[in-house]
Design a protein around this ligand. Structure first.
Ligand SMILES: Cc1ncc(COP(=O)(O)O)c(C=O)c1O
Length: 383
């Protein structure tokens, strides 16, 4: 009689299941190298920690405006001016509890139940699961090496034949592939969406972590684009659950009303800390330099141990490796890798129900010494 709803029947996030299994082995005394979750090992910037401490000691932490505290919204507007040369009115900036809340707010504000929304495969699994839970229809389009793992207007043209598309969600740099769209490819896609009345949602959570391409925000191309971003990755603040959105004018009030009702406001302490984090560029660039050397190490070392089919790692902190030479079951391969070597990595099936069985994602957000050790263990395992 008392059953869970059908809408709650979404897939688990396998990366988190791998993390749980790795934690169990660690508790038994095994040495584990965590390359499964996309989480910086560095703490939040010092200024952010200090601002939070001061707020805790002197402040009464309370609810804030649903759209976020004014100093943070002002600092975010400055960030767009300084880093992208784009003027954004503060009133179009809203603070969220991580980008995860941003997706919920964007989907609810822009779409009605039953609307079709395009995603790339491979892609971040929560997009599809949130859409499903909200009664929306994910239209998953496979991307591959022929378009450098990016979505193009031609993909959308094809998908429109099966019914109207109401939205497109793209991440650049992407998870799990780490690939980035060129400025021209992004502009083509955004302009296509604008011309066809399709909401373009740009997940820019990995901005700041670019190694090959110059990053561009979709905001530079269209004021209709919905920008979602977060303090979790570049700013090393996953646990603070804080992010932001830049909204088209007509979505500001709907998102404000939804946020007021769904969670009232983002935690005030996190908002205060995030404001300080935006000024900590020097410290964060030092963390990024660590990713750069991990990336170089793996791009050089993985082919030598037998993993030579890697996607272009333009940004983020992931290597998406083709393991088909060794296995056609990435879940089983990841399990064996974990149990035999202590390396925790995420099976591709998390990101790609079609071809993910042939891929494994390695996160290189961890310590350099751990990456070196991982190469040694992988070499023995794949031998
Ligand atoms: C592409 C992408 N978007 C969004 C998120 C969610 O991040 P958060 O809610 O911490 O901002 C992640 C987390 O790994 C991600 O990889």
């Amino acid at each position: 009689m008392f059953r869970p709803s059908t809408r709650s029947d979404v897939s688990p996030f396998i990366a988190m299941d791998v993390l749980a299994e790795a934690a169990k082995l660690e508790a038994e005394g095994r040495s584990i190298i965590h390359m499964e979750v996309g989480q910086p090992s560095a703490p939040a910037p010092k200024a952010a920690l200090q601002a939070a401490r001061t707020a805790l000691e002197h402040g009464r932490l309370g609810y804030t405006e649903a759209l976020g505290i004014r100093p943070l919204r002002t600092a975010l507007a400055q960030h767009y001016r300084r880093d992208y040369g784009v003027e954004v009115p503060e009133d179009r900036i809203t603070v969220t509890t991580g980008s995860s809340a941003g997706f919920n707010l964007a989907f609810l504000a822009a779409f009605d139940a039953g609307d079709r929304v395009v995603l790339t495969v491979p892609g971040y699994p929560a997009y599809r699961n949130i859409l499903k839970a909200l009664g929306l229809v994910p239209v998953e389009l496979a991307v591959g090496s022929e378009t450098r793992w990016c979505l193009t207007p031609e993909h959308l043209e094809e998908a429109q034949k099966d019914g109207p598309i109401k939205g497109v969600l793209v991440a650049s740099p992407a998870n799990p592939t780490g690939t980035m769209m060129t400025g021209d490819a992004l502009a083509d896609l955004v302009r296509y969406c604008d011309a066809h009345g399709i909401w373009f949602i740009s997940d820019e959570i990995y901005h700041g972590l670019d190694y090959a391409e110059d990053q561009k925000t979709a905001l530079e191309i269209s004021d209709n684009a919905i920008i979602i971003n977060s303090f979790s990755k570049y700013y090393c603040m996953t646990g603070w659950r804080i992010g932001w959105m830049i909204l088209p004018e007509q979505l500001v009030r709907p998102v404000e009303r939804l946020a007021q009702n769904l969670y009232i406001s983002a935690p005030e302490a996190s908002q205060i800390a995030a404001t300080a984090a935006l000024g900590s560029v020097q410290e964060l660039e030092a963390v990024k330099a660590g990713y750069v050397s991990n990336r170089t190490l793996l791009l050089d070392g993985l082919p030598k141990v037998g993993l030579d089919r890697l996607l272009p790692v333009d940004g983020a902190f992931y290597v998406y490796a083709d393991i088909s030479r060794y296995s056609s079951d990435s879940l089983d391969f990841a399990r064996k890798l974990l149990h035999q070597t202590g390396i925790a990595a995420t099976p591709g099936v998390d990101f790609d129900p079609l071809n993910g069985h042939a891929f494994l994602r390695f996160s290189f957000a961890g310590a350099h010494e751990h990456m070196k050790e991982a190469l040694v263990r992988l070499s023995d395992f794949l031998d």
